[in-house]
Design a protein around this ligand. Structure first.
Ligand code: HEM
Ligand SMILES: *[C@@H]1O[C@H](CO)[C@@H](O)[C@H](O)[C@H]1NC(C)=O
Length: 483
């Protein structure tokens, strides 16, 4: 008996000690993460002159951030017809922190450090880096559900391969066939608008429909209708994701992708063409295992093209329309230019014409500058990095702010918040007072937008960029509408 009791006692003690040790380890690593590390990083950066709102235990700066955003959201923007000073309105926390702490500041999303960079030279250094130091951060929650392992999310070798495919698909030659379809899509929209004369139209909704049609054709070519079908499902997916519980979100399926019917149809009908879907399908069959793309990856790629291209383009068209509605003088100039070049018929608009649409191009650039559809983007570093004169510790996020540079009066002058397309009359270098990095609506460097790429290297007489051309086509048609 005596022996048994001491054995039990011994056992109990060792279990207790193990549990205590375990709890202690967890607490220490938790404290390390939410207390020691943030304080350490904060001090490390402060010693190099990078300041920011002080870290608050567990919450970081999220509470202040939400408070500021909520406050600005409740009141309308003042004076919006004259001034387009939208930075304090859409990112009030960033705007105020730049004013207090300087152009590059450290802030905290919970215990995660984020260095926000708004100095053009440093942004260039980040985006131009070819050593694979600045990575796309891992996504969580709904973003991960939607974009998964799509092109805009992945890193390394995998990204290099996929990017090649996308570049190929969005290459000028492949897009040529899309132009007539695009003009048709615009004309259908304009026809519909005629019934609304004198009534209000939600142009954002209209442009969303238009851009999904255009992207369907660009990315899915002959399978355009199926692509369109998928877009409708994706739109539902996003709506559900933002309203319903994440549980039901998981249950939604993309039926035809799961049945792979779309792909079979493809094989039966026209073989593979050169659009994005075809290239993905080919890659799915690639004999080289390293290059082969899984079905799930294909689904993620298609979703990525839709999300990256659809809202952004619709947003650009919408703001441009609003700006032209306010600034009727520029509306007249644009219309005059378009009609002067192609007469009243939009069908004869060809690439040569497009290159000559200087005023329309200036207007679009000014709209992209004032209302950039993509406000900024994060990167993450997994090792110590030198950025300018700073040394950044590993395991932190670095974000560049497009909206901050576009609205910086120190770069663009005191009229920075005004709509003045004229500033682009001498191209982007003049518009930015010799700081071309202060106009980066499509990003910069190897990860620039796929929809916007300079093609000079591939085809001599194709000096423009495909995506902007597409926009110009659509837009020129809209401009040619009689007022
Ligand atoms: C006005 C319209 C658009 C704007 C302002 C825009 C802006 C941007 C920006 C700023 C980036 C870089 C993000 C970063 O560096 O983290 C980007 C990347 C990307 N964009 Fe766009 N975009 C537009 C239209 C499109 C269209 C039409 C497509 C395709 C159909 C597209 C596909 C992509 C993809 C796939 C990426 C990721 C590229 C990569 O990571 O290699 N975008 N876009
Ligand atoms: C508009 O901006 C793009 C870069 O985003 C540039 O290639 C083009 O030359 C600009 N056009 C004008 C008229 O400034």
């Amino acid at each position: 008996m005596g022996i048994e009791i001491s054995t039990i006692r011994y056992l109990l003690i060792s279990v207790c000690v193990t549990v205590l040790l375990y709890l202690l380890t967890i607490s220490i690593s938790f404290l390390h993460k939410v207390w020691w590390k943030p304080i350490h990083i904060q001090n490390l950066l402060a010693s190099q002159g990078i300041k920011g709102p002080p870290y608050k235990f567990l919450y970081g700066n999220t509470q202040e951030m939400f408070k500021m955003v909520k406050e600005t959201m409740t009141k309308p923007m003042e004076n919006y017809l004259q001034s387009h000073d939208i930075f304090p309105q859409v990112k009030p926390h960033r705007h105020s922190w730049i004013n207090i702490y300087g152009k590059n500041f450290l802030s905290w999303r919970g215990p995660e450090p984020l260095l926000c960079v708004t100095e053009p030279e440093l942004i260039k250094e980040i985006l131009n880096n070819k050593d694979g130091v600045y990575l796309k951060p891992e996504t969580k929650g709904h973003v991960k559900m939607i974009l998964g392992n799509g092109l805009s999310m992945i890193n390394g070798e995998k990204w290099v391969q996929r990017r090649k495919l996308a570049n190929h698909a969005f290459y000028a030659e492949s897009l040529k066939g899309v132009v007539p379809a695009m003009i048709t899509a615009v004309e259908v929209m304009l026809e519909k608008w005629k019934d609304h004369e004198g009534k209000e139209i939600d142009v954002y909704e209209e442009f969303r429909i238009l851009t999904s049609e255009v992207i369907s054709r660009t990315a899915f070519g002959s399978s355009y209708l199926e692509g369109k079908n998928m877009f409708e499902m994706l739109t539902d997916l996003v709506k559900l994701g933002s309203t319903a519980s994440s549980n039901s979100f998981f249950k939604i399926r993309l039926p035809f992708f799961e049945k792979e019917e779309m792909m079979k149809n493809r094989e039966l009908s026209d073989g593979y063409g050169r659009d994005y879907l075809s290239l993905l399908l080919n890659a799915n069959k690639d004999a080289d295992e390293l290059k082969r793309i899984s079905i799930q990856d294909m689904v993620d790629e298609c979703k990525t093209m839709y999300f990256a291209g659809h809202e952004t383009t619709a947003s650009l068209l919408t703001w441009t329309c609003l700006l032209l509605a306010i600034h009727t003088d520029w509306q007249d100039k644009a219309r005059k230019e378009v009609i002067g070049l192609m007469g009243e018929k939009s069908q004869i608009l060809d690439e040569k014409c497009i290159a000559k649409l200087k005023i329309v191009n200036m207007i679009i650039n000014e709209s992209l500058r004032l209302y950039p559809p993509v406000l900024g983007s994060p990167r993450t570093i997994d090792r110590q990095v030198r950025l300018g004169k700073f040394t950044l510790p590993s395991d932190m996020n670095v974000g560049f702010s497009i909206i901050a540079v576009h609205h910086d009066p120190k770069i663009c002058g005191e009229d920075v918040h005004k709509f003045k397309p004229d500033r682009f009359s001498g191209g982007t270098v003049k518009a930015t007072n010799n700081n071309p990095m202060a106009f980066i609506p499509f990003g910069y460097g190897p990860r620039t937008c796929v929809g916007f790429q300079l093609r000079n290297d591939r085809e001599q007489d194709c000096s423009g960029d495909d995506f902007t051309k597409i926009l110009l086509y659509s837009f020129a048609c809209i401009c040619s509408l009689p007022s």
